[in-house]
Structures are given as structure tokens and as C-alpha cells.
Design a protein around this ligand. Structure first.
Ligand code: PRT
Ligand code: ZN
Length: 286
């Protein structure tokens, strides 16, 4: 049998581009022409299944796919038994309760006895149960936002990202009930060579993610400030210090998180750092 793992990714939608970019950034090459449902990488033992996101948790739970990339909202709603290997940091959104703009909202009690439209009946009913609220959940599969204006429901529970869809439909967000982002999931019984391939993939994904959150910083500094500057940008082991052609000056190279760079920028400049360059890192293995 050919030693190859299968990953399920969304065919087309809000998860697709970022899922495929992440895989490409891991150095994995493949062809995904429009309409293709399956594709095999030419340089890594992985096969892609392009599916609707709703089907991904089930395919991974059943072992049709070994891995999958899906939103946590879909994963929790489908309630399938899989392992979450990694949060991927994209397709971030929240699942929220919303009501018509003109209504007064005093708290979750508002929903007692009300009719709520949603595509996420499980997450919503778990939430309401935990809050001790009894409401009627009306499951609909799309265009949830129009439910109140056509008299189908008094409130909705739907995915919100910028909030503009709610606004356009005369609704206001009143409770955030779930935060979501894309996650890498795996079948619960991966072992042997399959888990070795998964480990390799995870290693690459971690390197890509680390690279994204860190920057390579180069700057010039007078030698008398070097101790101070090294303490501000300590780097992976320690910074590289190279003498400049001009006496008494050095070039300092270091790797730090972007957040740390912005936090320390004023102090770096006060210590005499100049000619500061911040360069993106493609991959980082530590
Ligand atoms: O066809 P398929 O079933 O595969 O796709 P789909 O239509 O079910 O899902 P898709 O592609 O819309 O979303 C896939 C996943 O992306 C979701 O399960 C979420 O995890 C995540 N995600 C991130 C979003 C959003 N942002 C988002 N804004 N999913 C949906 N929306 C919709 C939301 O339903 C609402 O209609 O966008 C609207 C709200 O957006 P704002 O910016 O106006 O607030
Ligand atoms: Zn879907």
C-alpha cells in the first residue's frame, strides 16, 4: 500500500484560500484546478480531498480523511470524535446572538420563551442550557439574518465577523457565545507511518507560524550602547554583532516577535539605534 495521508480541505469558501496557502508555505506542491475533488502532492505524501466544510468533521471522524482543516464552529456543532491538533489562526469569527436594533436588551433573560433562528442548534442549545434559558430554536441552513424581518424568529444566532451583515439587516449583536478560528483536526486512531507523516507536516506548520509571528531585525548602534540593545532584542540564542566600517559602531542582527519589537522601539532609538530594518521571516525552526 502506498504510504500517503489524506487531508480534507474546504473546496471553496472562506477557509479555502488560507488553508491552501498554509499548505503551500509548508513547501507542499499540488495542483488544484477548478472542479477537482481530489489531488495528490507531487513532493509530499499527502492527498487532498476538496469538500464542503460541513462534511469535514465527519469524514475525519470516519477515517475517510486522516486530517482536516475546518472552523471550530463547524467542528463543535457537528460533535464528531476527532483530535484537534492545532489552531491555525485564520478564519477568525464569533457566533453571536442578535436581535432587532430597536429592541431593548437587558440581558440573556431577554431570550426566555423567544424564538431564535440559527444554523448552529447544538452550540446554541448548549449555551442556553448553561444559562438556564428556555427558548425555541428554529434551525435554518442559510440567510439566518433575514429571519426576524420576515417574522420567522425574534432573534438569531449566527456567525459574525465585521458585523456589517447584522447592521444591514437591522440587527444588533447582544451576546457573543462562541469564538472560532480554523483548526487542524485528525482522526483519533492515527498511528505508525501515518503519524510520522502528520508529525512532519506539523513540524513544517509550526515553522511557518513561528516565522510569521517573528521578524528579523537589523540595526546600527554605537558600541557603548550594545549591552542595552542586546537586552532589548535578545534574539534566539543571542544577537549577531558585526563591526561597521566606521569605528565605534556595530551592526546588530536579531530575531524577535513583532509585538516585542514595537514595545521596545522607543528604547532602542533612545539607546542610539539607527538604520533599523525589520524583515519578514519565511520559516523558523528552533
Ligand atoms: O460551501 P461550504 O459549506 O463549504 O461553505 P459555507 O458557506 O458553509 O462556509 P463559509 O465558506 O461561508 O465559511 C466557512 C467558515 O469560515 C465558517 O464555518 C467560519 O468558521 C469561518 N468564517 C469566518 C465565517 C465568517 N468569517 C463569516 N463572516 N463564516 C461565515 N461568515 C458569514 C456569516 O454567516 C454571515 O452571513 O458572513 C456573514 C457575517 O460577516 P460580517 O463580516 O458581515 O459580520
Ligand atoms: Zn458549510
Amino acid at each position: 500500500m502506498e504510504k500517503i495521508i489524506r487531508i480534507a480541505v474546504q473546496k471553496s469558501g472562506r477557509l479555502s484560500d488560507d488553508s491552501l496557502s498554509l499548505i503551500k508555505e509548508c513547501g507542499i506542491k499540488f495542483y488544484n484546478g477548478t472542479g477537482k475533488l481530489k489531488s495528490t502532492s507531487t513532493n509530499f505524501p499527502i492527498e487532498f480531498l476538496f469538500l464542503r466544510d460541513d462534511d469535514i468533521p465527519g469524514y475525519v471522524a470516519d477515517g475517510v480523511a486522516d486530517l482536516g482543516i475546518v472552523g471550530e464552529n463547524e467542528l463543535v456543532e457537528k460533535n464528531k470524535s476527532v483530535i484537534t491538533l492545532k489552531k491555525l489562526g485564520f478564519s477568525k469569527c464569533r457566533l453571536s446572538l442578535a436581535i432587532p436594533k430597536g429592541q431593548e436588551y437587558s440581558g440573556i433573560q431577554y431570550f426566555e420563551g423567544k424564538n431564535i433562528a440559527t444554523s448552529y442548534p447544538k452550540i446554541l442549545s448548549d449555551y442556553l442550557k448553561a444559562k438556564n434559558i428556555k427558548a425555541d430554536i428554529h434551525e435554518i441552513s442559510g440567510s439566518v439574518e433575514i429571519a426576524p424581518s420576515i417574522g420567522l424568529a425574534e432573534g438569531i444566532c449566527d456567525i459574525v465577523s465585521s458585523g456589517s451583515t447584522l447592521m444591514m439587516n437591522g440587527l444588533k449583536e447582544v451576546e457573543e457565545i462562541f469564538k472560532s478560528e480554523a483548526v487542524l483536526i485528525a482522526n483519533t486512531s492515527l498511528e505508525g507511518w501515518k503519524s510520522e507523516i502528520v508529525e512532519k507536516l506539523l513540524f513544517r506548520m509550526n515553522a511557518v507560524q513561528k516565522g510569521k509571528s517573528n521578524k528579523y531585525v537589523l540595526l546600527n548602534a554605537p558600541n557603548e550602547s550594545l549591552d542595552k540593545i542586546i537586552s532589548l532584542i535578545p534574539g534566539m540564542r543571542s544577537p549577531t554583532i558585526l563591526p561597521l566600517a566606521q569605528q565605534g559602531w556595530s551592526s546588530v542582527h536579531s530575531v524577535i516577535s513583532e509585538d516585542q519589537f514595537w514595545e521596545n522601539i522607543e528604547e532602542l532609538r533612545a539607546a542610539g539605534a539607527e538604520g533599523i530594518l525589520v524583515v519578514p521571516i519565511e520559516k523558523m525552526v528552533i
